[in-house]
Design a protein around this ligand. Structure first.
Ligand code: CA
Length: 232
């Protein structure tokens, strides 16, 4: 397999250089763009495997870059931003970002996110036509409408099952409360976010061997949830 190609979008030259040097040393290829317009151009012409995207750019907001790329491509986009407000992360995720890191970030954390994203890419496609899903001890038979952990069937309510399927079909990706409630209930009313917490708690009780320290479903406080990709 070719070395993965990473598009680094960052207007701060020292950070851009640090990321470029680090990625190259770890066996990645990279292209670096200092602003939104060259980022969009590079994304179109080089079709990178992953985009690392700063949100505060001199010409266009990074969220606009996500929207433009999403209009034609599903390439993974990891947002790296100094904006630490939940609303900024939610806006980026709802625009189609896969993940986010808050600055200052550690290089180890960045490399871990890249590895997780590469693993997910190599296990593609999670196409809607896929009829089964396996992640660690969890197995879902979409066609039969059944989920199992360690070969034992989980007795889920329809909503719990819907939630589990949504998270599994987007495994590795952070899903916002708004996105989940829209997919599950067809609306994003505030009281559905409260219901979502309740259903997530009951789902975890059935799914996780230790619901207090869940391994499958990660909580992003104030933002949403993600199913973690297990090392099978
Ligand atoms: Ca910036």
């Amino acid at each position: 397999m070719n070395k993965p190609l990473i598009l680094i979008v960052e207007d701060d030259a020292p950070i851009r250089n640090l990321m470029s040097v680090t990625l190259e040393a770890r066996g990645y290829r990279y292209i670096a763009a200092p602003n939104a317009n060259s980022a969009i151009l590079d994304a179109t012409s080089h079709n990178p495997d992953i985009v690392l995207l700063d949100l505060g750019l001199p010409d266009l907001d990074g969220v606009e870059v996500i929207r433009k790329i999403r209009s034609w491509s599903n390439m993974p986009i990891i947002v790296i931003s100094a904006r630490s407000d939940d609303s900024d992360k939610i806006e980026a995720l709802d625009a189609g970002a896969d993940d986010y890191l808050t600055k200052p970030f550690s290089i180890d954390e960045l490399l871990a996110r890249l590895r997780a994203t590469m693993r997910r890419l190599n296990q593609q496609p999670d196409a809607p036509t896929q009829t089964t899903f396996t992640n660690g001890q969890l197995h879902i038979d979409y066609a039969a409408g059944c989920a199992y952990v360690k070969d034992e069937e989980l007795h889920l309510t329809p909503i719990e099952y819907k939630l589990l399927c949504l998270l599994s079909r987007n495994c590795g990706k952070v899903l916002t409360h708004k996105y989940i409630t829209q997919e599950v209930w067809g609306s994003s009313w505030e009281n559905n976010v409260a219901s979502l917490r309740v259903f997530m708690a009951t789902l975890r009780k059935k799914l996780e061997s230790q619901p207090d320290s869940p391994s499958y479903i990660q909580t992003h406080v104030g933002i949403g949830y993600r199913m973690l990709k297990m090392d099978n």
